[in-house]
Ligand binder design. Structure first.
Ligand code: MG
Length: 378
């Protein structure tokens, strides 16, 4: 089996989400937008896809695609290792782009083998418990504009079936000054609304000082939160070491810090966090995150996966040392259950007990609406 073609394109669609200057998404007025899709075709007609995930289309076409031609897609580790080394001096070949290549290759191998990817990795479970991941706070009427709005929405999520909830609280540019007091007020009201049995997580502003992060940790201890995530700049592992030593609350990370498994190894041996963090989209794909998950397993640590993305679902289906799927982002004004126009169905359907089924069809298991995609290719 050989790869004969690889190509990245954009699809036009109407988006109802806007990204603020810090990179966080919020509901907004409908506008023209583009979604990238990467396609790899093999000589036997098997086609693998990666869609979305802010991959770099020019890098895929100019660097990755030519390197894939003639390769056997089942030699994925060799291809991935080669591309990883090419990232070093390339100005824009990031881990999101490496992820697109990795997902499309896994998709091909699964389809050619007649297996969902998580079973190719070595299946551990076919359902996983989800937490509802609430979007970053905003100033929208009927949205997430007050601590009370979080509590009301959290209650709705519990009624939907979620057994755990994550709050992303207010950050610039929508508010000029982040506030730990406001964060804790929201956490208080949410705990009061959902009761003691729902797992709660806080992912606040990511640039608090040590003292501010310490205040959050001490308050969340009292509210029996599951963990605190990325309250400080992750470039300072020493700050996390400092915080972790001072609180009984679990600290989770690193999430956005680069360095794949190697950097996480440093955080583990320096006791900088209690729970690991990794995600296929931002860390180089399923291939990268499986290495990270096994690294944490060998230290007796769990790893919580970043983002409601399909690659994470397959990893969750193949590892034992993790607890939740991050489902979302969720917002009172956004309908999460209806598929985007490029999908026929959502890939993370959740039952009334808060359990999400790992995709079961061969490959990655996207249910693509090819008619829509073809009609909207740019
Ligand atoms: Mg996070």
């Amino acid at each position: 089996m050989k790869i004969i073609k690889a190509e990245a394109r954009n699809i036009h669609f109407i988006s109802r989400m806007v990204r603020d200057s810090e990179g966080h998404s919020h509901p907004g007025a409908p506008h023209d937008a583009q979604l990238p899709i990467f396609t790899i075709t093999c000589d036997d007609g098997t086609v693998g896809y990666a869609i979305g995930g802010r991959m770099d289309v020019p890098v895929l076409n100019s660097v990755v695609a030519p390197a894939l031609i003639g390769e056997d897609p089942f030699m994925r580790e060799r291809i991935w290792q080669r591309m990883r080394t090419w990232q070093r001096l390339h100005p824009t070949f990031n881990d999101r782009t490496l992820n697109a290549m990795d997902l499309a290759l896994w998709d091909i191998c699964g389809k050619a083998s007649g297996l969902p990817v998580y079973k190719m990795l070595g299946g551990y479970r076919d359902k996983v418990s989800a937490y509802g991941s609430i979007m970053v706070g905003d100033t929208i009427e009927g949205g997430l504009n007050t601590p009370r709005a979080y509590a009301d929405f959290a209650l709705k999520l519990v009624e939907r079936g979620y057994k755990a909830i994550k709050l992303h609280t207010w950050m610039p540019p929508l508010i000029p000054e982040p506030s730990v007091k406001l964060d804790i007020e929201a956490c208080h009201l949410v705990r009061e609304a959902v009761g003691p049995d729902i797992g709660l997580i806080l992912d606040p502003y990511h640039d608090y000082s040590r003292q501010e992060a310490y205040y959050l940790a001490k308050e969340l201890e009292k509210l029996d939160f599951l963990w605190l995530e990325e309250p400080m700049d992750e470039n300072s592992m020493l700050s996390y070491q400092w915080l972790q030593a001072k609180t009984s609350l679990a600290i989770c990370g690193p999430e956005t810090a680069g360095g794949k498994a190697q950097n996480r190894a440093a955080w583990i041996v320096n006791n900088a966090a209690d729970l690991g963090r990794a995600g296929t989209e931002t860390m180089g794909g399923i291939t990268a995150v499986m290495k990270i998950a096994h690294l944490y397993e060998s230290f007796g640590m769990s790893v919580e996966l970043h983002g409601g993305i399909i690659g994470n679902l397959h990893v969750l289906g193949a590892i034992s040392n993790t607890k939740y799927y991050e489902r979302g982002m969720l917002h009172p004004l956004i309908d999460y259950e209806t598929p985007q126009p490029w999908f026929n169905s959502i890939y993370d359907p959740m039952d009334e007990h808060g359990m999400v089924t790992i995709p079961q069809s061969p490959g990655i298991g996207w249910d693509l609406n090819m008619e829509y995609i073809q009609a909207n290719l740019l």
